[in-house]
Design a protein around this ligand. Structure first.
Ligand code: CDP
Length: 315
């Protein structure tokens, strides 16, 4: 017999139970949102006293002097003693001026942002944080904005898209132009293989005179933050970049707005299919991250008036 023609999978096949989960989420989300100053202050001071993100999330020459032993947060048995050469790649000044920003937008890469019309609203924030060198041009501007004050880069992107910076480096430098003079935050000391490629990224930026400012995550901060969320019930091998940046934003900003956080495969309104990212459909490694569980925690903070999650369109 002729092989049966397979029809395209429906959302309901891809995401069993998704519809029910989404309905429950939207019920909670539809309550009117108001910032609860006391809850916000409580979360912020808890994060600050346990993780010290404001002072320590980013390595500086002052908070991590030559001789410091850095313990890798992804490989506990690996450590590295800071040499003068490595120290010269650390920023001298504290990357955050000693003040709190009024409004911050943390932009996750979820497909929910596609066609959202949120670009203007995102760009109106005083400080805009983006994850993993996302594309911003060619029609995305209207939906995700362009303003960038801090952008993270997972070294896997440097390996896959830029040949680990072992060959020509100009395409990498050119791709950074859209982020202007923002901070480029790299997890250089999370896994052993992250270190050489992150240092090469920093040297490349310096050699080409690119205005972007490379900085490194402090592995001690990442490890403390993972313990913090574990204490809130999160069971995941690794925190996702998005929850790390949302946590840091709570220490840095008075009003924290989250966009592009939606780890489900259908849209909250209308339940039509979504891609995983607003720019492609590469899947998240569920082996490491627990994005729906993280989302649950972020939704809790939203309901408590600590931060504001933006789920619908912004038009
Ligand atoms: O590096 P990672 O795989 O964690 O992130 P990504 O896929 O580049 O997306 C950046 C962040 O957006 C993630 O860390 C998540 O927090 C968030 N995200 C989401 O909430 N829902 C999605 N469908 C995709 C990303």
């Amino acid at each position: 017999p002729a092989p049966q023609k397979k029809s395209a999978p429906k959302t309901s096949d891809l995401c069993k139970g998704c519809k029910e989960v989404i309905e429950k989420v939207m019920q909670r989300y539809s309550q009117p949102w108001k910032k609860q100053e006391d809850n916000y202050q409580k979360s912020r001071s808890q994060l600050n006293s346990k993780c010290h993100g404001f002072e320590k999330a980013i390595i500086t020459q002052a908070n991590t002097p030559v001789g410091t032993k850095l313990v890798y947060d992804g490989e506990k048995r690996r450590s590295l003693q800071v040499t003068p050469e490595i120290s010269s790649t650390f920023t001298k000044e504290h990357p955050f001026p000693n003040k709190t920003w009024d409004t911050c937008a943390v932009v996750g890469n979820g497909g929910i942002l596609a066609n959202s019309g949120c670009g203007e609203m995102i760009d109106s924030a005083q400080f805009v944080i983006r994850c993993n060198l996302p594309p911003l041009k060619n029609g995305f501007e209207k939906h995700v904005g362009v303003k960038t004050d801090l952008v993270t880069a997972n070294p896997s992107i440097l390996l896959e898209k830029y040949g680990a910076l072992m060959g020509r480096r100009r395409p990498f430098v050119e791709s950074l132009q859209i982020y202007g003079n923002s901070l480029l935050l790299l997890p250089a000391f999370s896994y052993g293989h992250n270190t050489p490629v992150s240092l090469r990224a920093a040297y490349t930026i310096e050699d080409f005179g690119s205005p972007i400012r490379p900085v490194f995550f402090n592995p001690e901060y990442l490890q403390k933050l993972a313990a913090f969320w574990r204490g809130q019930g999160l069971r995941a091998v690794r925190l996702s970049t998005g929850i790390i940046m949302a946590s840091l934003a709570l220490e840095l900003c008075r009003d924290v707005h989250l966009y592009g956080f939606w780890p489900f495969s259908s849209h909250p309104h209308g339940l039509y299919d979504l891609t995983n990212h607003y720019y492609d459909d590469r899947k998240t490694k569920t082996k490491f991250h627990a994005m729906p569980a993280e989302f649950e925690l972020l939704l809790r903070l939203h309901s408590q008036g600590v931060l504001k999650l933006h789920l619908g369109d912004c038009r």
